[in-house]
Structures are given as C-alpha cells and as structure tokens.
Design a protein around this ligand. Structure first.
Ligand code: PTJ
Length: 261
C-alpha cells in the first residue's frame, strides 16, 4: 500500500483507487471493476470531485422517497461494498431496510466474499457511536440489518441470466430500491415492475441514469454520507421529480468545468 501524504490534493481519490486494487486482489470484484471505476473517476474529475447542488437535490429527493416507501432495499455490487459498504450499512440501519448483494458478474464465491465483508462492516458500525440525529438503540438497529443475496430463489421478471437472480424478501418485494452503479437492463426491468429505482452513477448519460426514477450523479461514497444525513433529518417530502432536468444540470456542471479553460 502506497503512503499518501495528507497534503496530497487527490488523497481521497488515490485511497479509493487503492481500495479497489486491494479488493480486486482478494477476488471480491469483477474483472472489469477497475474499468468501471476509471470511467467513474473521469466523470468525477469533470464534477470537480464534489457533490454539486443538483446532486444534493437528487439526494434529498432519494432520501424522501426511501423514507416514505413501505419496503425499501439497498442493492449492492462489488465496487459499492468496497467503496461505501459501511456508509450504506448506517443508512440501512436508519431506514430499517435490508442490503442485498446483487451482481452483474455473479459468482457464488464473490457473493459469499462480499457478504462476509458486509458482516464485518456491520459489526464495526454497530460498535460506533450513533450518528447525530438518530434516536433509538444503535447497536440493535445496525445488528438488525439483513444481509441478503446468498440464496436467491426469486427472479427479476424481464431479465435473462444470473443478473436476474434476487431474493423475494429483498429486491423481489421492494417498492423502492437504491442501486448504485447499476446496469441499464436491470434498471429498465426494475422500473418496468413498478418499483421506484434510485440510481447513483457518475455518468449522467448511462442507460441506468436515463432510465431511473431518481438519478444521483455523484460518487457513491460521498452520496451515501449525505443520504444518511438527509434520512436522519427526515423532513423532506417527495416532489414531482423531473429526472431529465437533473441529468441536464449534471451535464451543464461538467460543461462549465470544461469552459473554465
Ligand atoms: O460487482 P458486479 O459484478 O455487479 O460488477 C460491477 C461493475 C461496476 C463492474 C459492473 O456493474 C459494470 O461493468 O458497470 P458499468 O457498466 O461499467 O457501469 C458502472 C457505472 O458506474 C459507470 O457509468 C461509471 O461511470 C459509474 N461509476 C463508477 N465508479 C463510480 C460510479 N458511480 C458512482 N460512484 C463511483 N465510485
């Protein structure tokens, strides 16, 4: 592991990269995980590696919808668990919802490895002091977060192959689903089933970004932290959300950063 001094302007990005490299060596990630990460980094560079006002609005909307849904679920893939697993465990504890490992490049070994990492992350989060604004028994709420995906007996209708495998109690029964770094076909199938699909994707032009109910164009680790804060604030109500407008705003932010030169 390379030492990165605190003064390095891109320290956060370099550490995230290292986490992806290490997890890849441990066999937790898809072979193309680094390509996906690199693509994300390029878009993030154009956003100035910060959460834009437009993304903040999308996060507020996402939190409002997740808070008010009857059966929310957080769907995670390899990159997401490695970059934002603990943050999403905290969010799941506040929303009282399960986390389901649902992979594009599904192998039983990777599902088992990612669930084991999530169990470790859940233990660590349970030992933390509760986040500001949380009322209740933090260790109990965190310990109650179900980690699903090992035995998927259900199928996402309208989707072929291993990507369609899911659990009934998680994605199967969910009415709203948070899916970071999602694939376009699955996003389309989930929307087709009448679910509210909240995507986190740095690429505003991806098929999942375009097909989602609410798209958060932000880096997953940053977005998860703010999602938690918004969920703890708990006051927002869902609006008549115009997702194409939000995507246009993200593209305008990127174009403006190009225009600075
Ligand atoms: O773990 P698996 O098997 O489910 O596979 C996961 C990956 C990500 C490899 C797989 O889903 C994949 O190939 O994804 P894509 O089609 O490359 O799409 C990933 C999208 O996520 C791209 O649009 C990236 O810009 C975006 N992205 C990458 N890193 C981040 C990100 N968005 C938010 N935060 C990130 N850190």
């Amino acid at each position: 592991m390379v030492e990165v001094p605190d003064s390095h302007p891109r320290k956060v990005s370099l550490l995230a990269r290292q986490r992806i490299v290490d997890a890849s060596e441990e066999g937790l990630l898809a072979p193309s995980a680094m390509i996906a990460h690199g693509r994300g980094e390029a878009f993030d560079y154009l956003l100035g590696e910060k959460t834009t006002d437009s993304a903040s609005r999308a996060i507020r909307e996402a939190a409002a919808r997740l808070m008010r849904s009857d059966s929310p679920v957080i769907s995670v893939n390899g990159n997401t668990v490695v970059l934002a697993g603990k943050k999403l465990v905290r969010l799941a504890a506040v929303l009282s919802c399960p986390i389901e490992v649902n992979l594009y490049y599904r192998t039983q070994e990777r599902v088992a490895g990612l669930l084991s990492l999530l169990r470790k992350q859940r233990e660590e989060v349970a030992e933390e002091t509760h986040p500001v604004g949380f009322e209740g028994d933090w260790p109990l709420s965190v310990g109650s977060v179900s980690l699903l995906g090992e035995d998927p007996s259900h199928r996402i209708r309208g989707l072929e192959g291993p990507r369609s495998m899911c659990t009934e109690e998680g994605i199967g029964n969910a009415d709203s689903i948070l899916v970071p770094l999602e694939d376009g076909d699955r996003c389309e199938a989930l929307v087709g089933l009448g679910k509210e699909v909240i995507v986190v994707d740095l690429n505003p032009l991806s098929r999942s970004s375009i097909g989602a109910t609410v798209t958060i164009v932000d880096e997953i680790s940053r977005a998860s932290k703010i999602l938690l804060e918004e969920a703890l604030r708990g006051a927002a109500r869902p609006s008549k959300w115009d997702n194409s407008e939000a995507l246009k705003e993200a593209l305008v932010c990127m174009a403006e950063s190009v225009g600075k030169f």
